[in-house]
Design a protein around this ligand. Structure first.
Ligand SMILES: C[S@@+](CC[C@H](N)C(=O)[O-])C[C@H]1O[C@@H](n2cnc3c(N)ncnc32)[C@H](O)[C@@H]1O
Length: 535
């Protein structure tokens, strides 16, 4: 398989491992409605924020949508990751210029994206997908980057989004009207069939009605004959109608038996026009169970334009200055509808004006879903005054530019900032780290899975994963708060541990039990803080 190489690649392929774990700090005054609804907005660089979120959400996200800087040379983005490499240090803080100004602009963009995509992959469920918007600036490199990180076999599609309908008076050669949306699955084999509810365009074709209308809805006519399938002799037969034998040019789509039943049930429409017989079958909008026939998702997305996104922000904030080039919510909603279930978790780590949250809430209203969102936005001003404010207005209602009140559609959320790193500069766990915080990190370190919400309790036994009991001795969880007292595994402490029938992994500050005793008790000891590491 061809792979992509660029300046700095070697320095960033494992960078996600070096990013320190930070705690998340709630900012209750920026929360909205019921913060327990499961929606979350995080302000901070997504490299650090994603790492902080992993112990909570790894393997749980059904759909990631990201819209990172396109590297157009107009965005003013700078590479700022703390990678320990001389080449990369050179770039720190310098704004990436236009094509001929910054020869390493593509290298910097790839270095920025690589560790973030590696982290994002860890959030996906087995049947999850990641979608990324971008334009021609990085599209050709991004395809190869995705092949490498997600696996070429998991490529689902590159959507072409027709973002505008014309214009481009200043273009010297070609007027560009489209962008791309890359789509990769965590595992394409696990991604089910994608069927959308019929849209208005599709419904227009269902214009006839018969005695089945109540149960099957309206119908459209589709030709029963086909010339496009491989020749199948059993599909070539005559249909008897009012004494005429009607033959297909090549063959029918249905077996003889199925056609006979349809004829008897008045589901074939047979006509002679200008001496030629035509046989059509009635395709009803609803199947036999009353379910509406779904529409397929096309690789070209039309009918929703950049201008819609700008109008939406104008409608919400009174003018379009709050955020430049937001995506239209209908575009993201279409993706959310296609690639998530009604109760899915959706993640956007380049949140901007919060379009993804808006799309998730709208989709929930339309289909009665309970999807939740996690947004990450780096800009402090944007996160507080645009992302959060937009989602709050959408959720709680607002007065639009025309002075009319728009009802809220609901959707409470938590707002967090990045707190301190878990470990101090000497590698010690900070005093401020609570048992529940460390428990999540320990459990995730050991299992690669988040500690289930209902299991976060004040017990040294965090839970069992695949038959192994995971314990944490920290902050004197068993009652002994003396320095290192209850955090060291001794005979006395062992006797006090909540029982677990099976092998145990115990995270503790030290261990005074001998090897034989540990073997006899089926215990593996992991010393904190050194063995709390997550790749
Ligand atoms: C193209 S905009 C996204 C627009 C968004 N889809 C919308 O419809 O409003 C990219 C956003 O990502 C943010 N961003 C850039 N680098 C980031 C990073 N490292 N971590 C988090 N956010 C970042 C920028 O501040 C900007 O708001």
């Amino acid at each position: 398989m061809p792979t992509l190489n660029w300046i700095g690649k070697e320095a960033v392929v494992n960078h996600h491992q070096q990013v320190p774990f930070h705690l998340l700090k709630d900012v209750p005054e920026l929360a909205c409605g019921n913060p327990g609804e499961g929606n979350l907005i995080v302000q901070g660089d997504n490299l650090v924020a994603l790492k902080a979120l992993l112990p909570y959400y790894a393997g749980q996200v059904k759909c990631i949508y990201i819209d990172p800087p396109y590297n157009t040379g107009n965005e003013g983005w700078a590479y700022n990751d703390n990678v320990n490499s001389p080449v990369i240090r050179e770039w720190l803080g310098k704004v990436v210029g236009k094509e001929d100004e910054t020869l390493d602009r593509h290298d910097r963009w790839l270095c920025m994206m690589y560790p973030r995509l590696v982290l994002l992959k860890q959030f996906l469920r087995q049947d999850g997908v990641i979608l990324m918007s971008l334009d021609a600036n990085e599209h050709r490199y991004a395809e190869l980057l995705f092949d490498e990180i997600f696996g070429i076999q998991n490529r689902v599609e590159t959507f072409v989004w027709k973002k505008s309908y014309g214009g481009g008076a200043k273009s010297k050669q070609v007027v560009n009207l489209h962008e791309y949306i890359l789509c990769f699955a965590k595992s394409r084999d696990c991604l089910g069939e994608i069927v959308l509810p019929p849209d208005e365009n599709t419904r227009r074709y269902y214009k006839f009605s018969d005695h089945n209308h109540e149960t099957r809805g309206p119908y459209r006519l589709q030709p029963l004959a086909t010339n496009s399938m491989d020749a199948r002799p059993n599909l070539r037969y005559s249909i008897l109608f009012e004494g005429h034998e009607i033959w297909p040019e090549k063959q029918w789509q249905w077996s003889r038996e199925r056609s006979l039943v349809a004829l008897e049930n008045d589901e074939l429409v047979i006509k002679q026009v200008k001496g030629k017989w035509s046989v059509n079958y009635k395709q009803y909008l609803k199947d036999g169970d009353g379910e509406e026939r779904g529409a397929k998702l096309y690789s070209i997305i039309e009918g929703v334009y950049t201008q819609h996104g700008t109008n939406e922000v104008k409608e919400l904030f009174g003018d379009g200055k709050a955020f430049s080039f937001p995506k239209p919510p209908e575009l993201v909603q279409k993706l959310v509808q296609a690639f998530s279930d009604k109760d899915s978790l959706i993640l956007d780590s380049f949140a901007g004006s919060g379009t993804t949250a808006h799309a998730v809430l709208k989709q929930n209203v339309e289909d009665g879903g309970t999807r939740r969102f996690i947004l990450v936005e780096m800009g402090d001003h944007i996160a507080r005054n645009v992302t959060t404010e937009r989602v709050r207005r959408v959720a709680e209602g607002y007065t639009n530019a025309k002075g009319e009140h728009v009802e809220g559609i609901g959707g409470g959320f938590r707002y967090c900032e990045l707190g301190e790193p878990l470990f101090d500069e000497h590698g010690k766990i900070r005093d401020s780290v609570r048992f529940a915080d460390l428990a999540r990190h320990v459990y995730f370190t050991e299992t690669g899975e988040p500690l289930p919400r209902e299991r976060v309790s004040k017990s040294a036994l965090l839970g069992d994963c695949r038959g192994v009991g995971i314990y944490l001795l920290y902050n004197g969880i068993l009652g002994d708060k003396s320095a290192n007292g209850g955090n060291v595994l001794t005979r006395v402490v062992l006797a006090q541990l909540p029982p677990f029938d099976g092998p145990k992994v115990i995270y503790c500050a030290g261990c005074l039990l001998g090897r034989d005793r540990l073997r006899a008790e089926n215990i593996i000891v992991r010393q904190t803080p050194y063995e709390i590491k997550v790749s």
